[in-house]
Design a protein. Structure first.
Length: 292
């Protein structure tokens, strides 16, 4: 299985560890990643709220690059994935918009037909590879660890377009967690937002939203939390110290992982190759527990 790898902005500029873990794990699953060249930002979230046409154009040109490669496009970001899905939907429904975008793409000798497949990392791991196959590759199961699933908003909402998982009861990430030997369970705040999209308007509100979820997850007795969204990862991992400072509550300290980091650990991959030395949340004890 081959995929055109779309890294987007956040992973390339701030979340290098997430890319490292995917590049390390995917080949061991029999998946081939081909880098996309001549890509740009997908336009989400800033541009989508300023100029709809500019946002659609940016997303469409990335999809056009993937079409040239004749491969499904795999974004590693929930926001980029949703941006591509919404763009594909908009261009299929609005022929005037499609003509306008076609004219702009033609200036770069690009074209967009709408045939490109857009696939989410959860769909690759859960639907294409499958939890049963993943179980056979586990060398160091995460026995005794309770890991909370955080699917993130843009993987499951809005529910009217192409769904990655059930919008009210997402379970794919849970299945992938149990496949590597960890325990997980449903909790009321599972599909709550991390608050990252409020960061520009109100940074303090963002920290409070994320902190409320961290408070619940720690109270439920989870040893850590995992997600497949770099925005959510940034909030819970990169901003965790700020959250603890805002709440003045050191008990909110919780290890946060991008799912492929946990998967890689369960496969016995060196933590440094998974970028875990760049995680800012307290992951060392869990790494030691898994790898010893």
């Amino acid at each position: 299985m081959k995929y055109a790898l779309y890294l987007g902005c956040t992973i390339q500029s701030e979340q290098y560890a997430l890319e490292a873990s995917v590049r390390e794990v995917f080949p061991k699953l029999g998946l081939e990643l081909q880098d996309m060249s001549n890509t740009s930002c997908c336009g989400f979230p800033a541009l989508s709220s300023i100029s709809r046409n500019a946002w659609i154009y940016l997303s469409a040109r990335n999809l056009a690059v993937a079409e040239e490669m004749k491969l499904p496009v795999l974004p590693l970001c929930n926001g980029c994935h949703l941006s591509f899905i919404e763009t594909k939907n908009a261009l299929a429904e609005d022929l005037d918009l499609k003509r306008d975008i076609d004219e702009k793409l033609a200036r770069e000798n690009l074209s967009y037909s709408g045939d490109v497949e857009i696939i989410h990392i959860l769909e690759v791991l859960h639907d294409k590879i499958g939890p049963e196959k993943i179980k056979t590759l586990v060398k160091k199961p995460l026995n005794g660890l309770k890991i909370a699933a955080h699917p993130g908003c843009h993987a499951i909402r809005p529910s009217g377009i192409q769904l990655v998982d059930d919008s009210e009861n997402p379970t794919k990430l849970d299945s992938l967690i149990t496949a590597i030997g960890a325990e997980t369970f449903d909790y009321p705040e599972k599909i709550d937002c991390c608050g990252s999209q409020l960061a520009v308007a109100s940074g303090r509100s963002t920290l409070k939203i994320a902190g409320e979820k961290l408070k619940k997850v720690t109270r439920y007795g989870f040893d850590g939390m995992t997600t497949t969204c770099p925005f959510c990862f940034k909030m819970y991992d990169g901003r965790q110290r700020a959250i603890i400072g805002t709440f003045k509550d050191p008990t909110l300290s919780l290890p946060i992982f991008y799912y492929t980091q946990l998967l890689g650990l369960s496969m016995g991959i060196d933590p440094n190759k998974l970028g875990l030395m760049m995680n800012q949340s307290p992951v060392d004890e869990i790494i030691k527990r898994i790898m010893e």
